[in-house]
Write a protein of this length. Sequence first.
Length: 298
Amino acid sequence: MSLMRPLLNLWLRLTEKTHLARAEDPETLRRSFEKKARFFFHGPRGAVYDEGALEHEGRTVPVLHVEAQEADDGPVILYFHGGGYVFGSPRTHAAMLARLSRETKLRTVLPDYAKAPERPFPAALDDALAAYRALEWHEEGIVLGGDSAGGGLALALLGEITRLGLPQPRGVFTFSPLADMTFSGESLVENAKSDVVLPAGRAREMVEMYMADHDPEDPRATPLNAGFKGACPVWIVVGDTEILRDDAVRMARHLRGEGVEVHDRVERGLPHVWPLFHNLLPEGRATLRDLGVWIRSL
C-alpha cells in the first residue's frame, strides 16, 4: 500500500463524499467536477485534445479525441465517462485517457453522451450506440471502456451489440461499473460507511433522474440482465470498500456464465475509480499499466 492511498481516502471522505451527499442540483455537481478535474487531473506532456463529433443515421454525438504523443495506428478506444448519468464530461476524464493512450499507444474517443435529468434513459445508450456505429469503419477495431455509470453504459452497449448481432469490439474494460440500476447488491449497505466517495443515500435519487418512467431492470440500463453469449473479452476492476463492489463481482459472474472471457480483480482499500488519480496515486498508474498490457494483448 502506498503512503498516498490512506491520505487520498481521508481527503475524499472529508470533501468529495460530503459534497456529493449535499449538492442540491445537477448543475452544482457538473460545475464542481469540471473545476476539480482541471485542478487535479493532468495528462502527459504533448497529449492532444481535439473536439469533434460522430454521426450515425442522423444522430450526432459530440466527442473529444484524446491521444498521447506515442499514439499510432491500431484499435481506437471508445470511452464513456462516469458521473451517475448526471454529471461528468469528456473533459473531466481526458487526462486519464491521455495517460492510457500513452500506455497503449492508441487513440481514444470520449463521447459527450446525453445526461439526465434533461435527457433521461435511453438517450445515453442511444448516443453510445450511435458513436459505436459511427466508428465501425475503423479497420483495426474498437475497444470499449468506461467507469462507474460510464462502465455500466459500456456493458449495456456490449449487450446491445450482442443482441443486435453487430460486429463485436475487441474487448471491453470497466473501472467500478454501475451494472445494476435496481441497486440490489449487498455492498450498497455493507459498504455505505467504508466507501470514501459515493454516498449510498443518493442512489435512488439518481435512478429516478436517469430512468424517469422506465423500468430499472431493463437490460439496456442494468447489464446484469443482458445476454452476452458470443461477446468479446471483458476486464473489470473494483475496490473492496465500494458500494458498487457487488455490481462488478456479480457482473463478472454473469459474464462467465454466458461463456465470456473475463479478467476481474477486487482491489483492497482503493477509492471509486482510482485511476482518475494517476497523478497522485501509484496504484492508479499501476492499474492503467496493467490495463494497457491487457488491451495490447487483444
